[in-house]
Design a binder for this molecule. Structure first.
Ligand SMILES: Cc1ncc(C[n+]2csc(CCOP(=O)(O)OP(=O)(O)O)c2C)c(N)n1
Ligand SMILES: [Mg+2]
Length: 221
């Protein structure tokens, strides 16, 4: 924190000990700070990733190729998705986050006419965000189902499992749907489960890259 921060602190709190104490959850990363999207996450606290899978996926073509990222989003997919003739791509063994969207691009390049789906979290999709412009450039027909829970949710769970405080897993994200629009693709943000069906239907019909950004509660999977 630079000199500017110190001046502000001095004005807010009477002494340095009070200031350090008041800020310690943020400094230690124990307090969640989702930045400008904090309100949107609060609104979305009833959306579970299984809603995404059960409600949303009925719109997928029975023979779509589905590239799944790594994290809670992948566990939910494994638990709730009913596979028909779909082909599913996973980052087997390595389990590298960020796999979902680039794998979907690979599938699209290999099978240009097919309906391709990427299932990702915000952490994973954020890693290859700029690639969305490549998908726009080549008119790739990829629908990205992005479970935006504002954190590296799987890592939070691992910390809870061994009874550690949840530490340094919250993310300050861009508005992913606006980002998709600004790149020339389709972007839809869903903050209420009632909007999910229409959003999915629009994205699937769209012939080109689309992001359905679902604001989800990180505590629910
Ligand atoms: C390259 C790489 N770095 C770190 C990890 C560890 N890791 C597994 S899941 C995960 C978080 C995923 O977060 P997000 O994409 O937001 O998905 P969520 O769990 O929130 O659904 C991380 C960091 C990994 N698997 N691969
Ligand atoms: Mg996440």
């Amino acid at each position: 924190m630079g000199g500017h921060g110190a001046i502000k602190l001095g004005m807010l709190f009477p002494d340095v000990f009070t200031s350090v104490y008041a800020l310690s959850p943020y400094v230690l990363g124990l307090e969640k700070d989702y930045g400008k999207d904090g309100e949107a996450y609060k609104q979305a606290q009833t959306i579970k990733s299984r809603d995404t899978l059960i409600t949303g996926y009925k719109y997928l073509n029975a023979n779509a190729v589905i590239a799944v990222d790594v994290g809670n989003n992948a566990y939910s997919f494994g638990r709730y998705f009913e596979c028909r003739k779909h082909r599913v791509l996973l980052s087997g063994y390595l389990g590298s986050i960020g796999f979902g969207f680039p794998a979907a691009m690979g599938a699209s390049a290999a099978a240009p006419g097919k309906s391709i789906i990427a299932v990702t979290g915000d952490g994973g999709f954020g890693q290859y965000l700029a690639e969305f412009t490549t998908a726009v450039k080549y008119g790739m027909n990829i629908t990205t189902i992005l479970v935006n829970n504002g954190e590296l949710g799987k890592i939070s769970n691992e910390q809870r499992d061994i009874e550690l405080p949840v530490w340094q897993t919250s993310l300050v994200n861009p508005n992913f749907s606006e980002y998709a629009l600004s790149c020339g693709g389709l972007g839809i943000r869903v903050t209420d489960v009632a909007e999910l069906e229409e959003a999915m239907a629009r994205a699937i019909i769209n012939m080109g890259p689309a992001v359905v950004e679902i604001m989800a509660d990180p505590e629910l999977t």
